[in-house]
Design a protein around this ligand. Sequence first.
Ligand code: DOR
Ligand code: ZN
Length: 344
Amino acid sequence: METITLLQPDDWHAHLRDGSALKRTVPDLAKQFARAICMPNLVPPVKTVDEALAYRERILAHVPQGLHFDPRMVLYFTDQTSPDEVAKIHASDYVNAIKLYPAGATTNSDNGVSDIRKVYAVIEQLEEYQVPLLLHGEVTHQHIDIFDREKRFLDEVLTPLLRQFPKLKLVLEHITTSEAATFVLEYDRNVAATITPQHLLFNRNDLLVGGVKPHFYCLPILKRQSHQQTLLEVATSGNPKFFLGTDSAPHARHAKENACGCAGCYSAPTAIELYAQAFDQVGKIERLEGFASHFGADFYGLPRNENSITLVKEDQVIPTALDYLDGEQIIPLYAGQTIAWRKV
Ligand code: DOR
Ligand code: ZN
């Protein structure tokens, strides 16, 4: 039986939510990952270092006994974020970055930035302190086609931003297109990207052919197969600019299976196996460790983990549903399907 051992991976983009959701999300993530970037799009959002530290304590209270899990925190960028907050992030042991959602781009992004040029004073400080800016890279104008929103962001927002701040450290989160992959490759080491399991394993046919599959609906939306192919190429290339970020985003079953379904795929319980499946499908399983366990830590300037995990090539059926929010259900990504890898 084929077996691989990797340094324990980290998830550089995860949504854990708050309150009783943490009973589900924290153990699921902590069983797989040593660290996770905990996204700040709560209601209300996590806007200051003090709020992030309080949220971190609420997360830590749900780490199962015997597991070591180190939540890495992120602030939510608003039009009101003070340039002085950046020095506080830089000085903090637990807050690693700031996340910019264009207002209206996705779940709980109403308090996001309305126009990036209005917050250049904060971005100047980010460049100065080398604090990473994490970007949801989609424009939000109503008239722009949902499948073009990432590309338009590159042209209209990111290119001018990097012209003004060429040394800014940034992560283009959950990239979905060939254009985004090429963009990241064209810049220096300060520009990196995360890639989700759903964007490596699926494309818009999985979402739409034969009926709408709401559990494949996430933002940025799944694109055509040629983009999926490019993402697989760059993720498995060994290039350290691309690393693991699941964007695991829990929504209760009824909120997904709904006339106006929420965006987000819940991949946390089997995320590393889903990535193993994707890497193995293109014959590159040996490239998984760099992507999952080295490159993100290196980018953030954090030490690599020291303990290991083992994956075996053995069929695993993903559960059809899991308990969530005291009496509700959540449907994990690829529910009921069989994947070829299992974490031991
Ligand atoms: O699909 C998504 N879900 N994309 C995001 O950007 C946010 C996330 C969520 O928080 O549910
Ligand atoms: Zn996200």
